[in-house]
Write a protein that binds this ligand. Sequence first.
Ligand code: SF4
Ligand code: MG
Length: 329
Amino acid sequence: RDTLLEVKNLQMHFPVKTGVLQRVTGQVKAVDGVSFTVKKGKTIGIVGESGCGKSTMGRSIIRLYEPTGGEILYNGKDIAGLPEKQLHPLIRREIQMVFQDPNASLNPRKSLGSALAEPMKAHNLYGSRQKRVERIEELLDLVGLHRSVINNYPHEFSGGQRQRIGIARALVLNPELVIADEAVSALDVSVQAQIINLLEDLQEKLGLTYIFISHDLSVVRHISDRVGVMYLGKLVELSDKEALYEEPLHPYTQALLSAIPVIKKDGAEVRERIVLKGDLPSPSSPPPGCIFHTRCPYKMPMCETVVPDFREAAPGRQVACHLYGEPPF
Ligand code: SF4
Ligand code: MG
């Protein structure tokens, strides 16, 4: 099988509690019916503004949360509803995450060596000190850090080095799937490029599959094969990268992309900047009908009441918008 991950109608709804009695008065649909597949060795980019549910989605797939609905088929096996005890140790090893702030996953009082040895011990792998040191040296080579830093502490590293460590830590147990959540967002642009190149090299060497989550469309463009755009807990567009960046279909994608200047050779800007009116609605009270209708420049009367299907608008392209009717093929 060449599909590693199939996410079907994934939902992550959180109760909203208010007052001194903490009564449940509503719910936040942080992730609300997201579906996509990722092929082995490929990268899907997930973009959207902060609060759109992309991080929650990533964390549900790694099962930091138990989703409230839907399926997560990993190599054909549904891991969405498995209780923690039944999350096979294999799955705990095979799916790893790289976070925005590598400091958050590094204990300041632990040397790099002991931080990297920790997951090996927890999973009873690389059973001797000698084997663990060999594995750590191998990892340091892979992520481009000098072997001599094995006894250094987190504060001794630069931001870029710390993210290399965050990646090494994600790779300790030889995962298949790596979920990177804003993995380069805290870094300078030049360092961002280095880390993205590193991730691409590692993908090629190790056959890794990535879910690359970011608010930054230009970062996602480099690394992704396919790109999904999220808004208020839903995917509004999903497409092969080239098609999405050349001809975005959903009005929200068009607006996001218009913020990235595309300059032609004669110096003219290719796209006109589309400035969205209004604020991002609260995820606890999303608009009825099309969730984007409060900000959409193309809103039609039906958009206020009728939820658009997430339908195929062209081969390999899905979009949730009434502007795209029956498929043209
Ligand atoms: Fe805009 Fe209507 Fe399409 Fe929603 S369905 S994105 S409101 S045109
Ligand atoms: Mg986030």
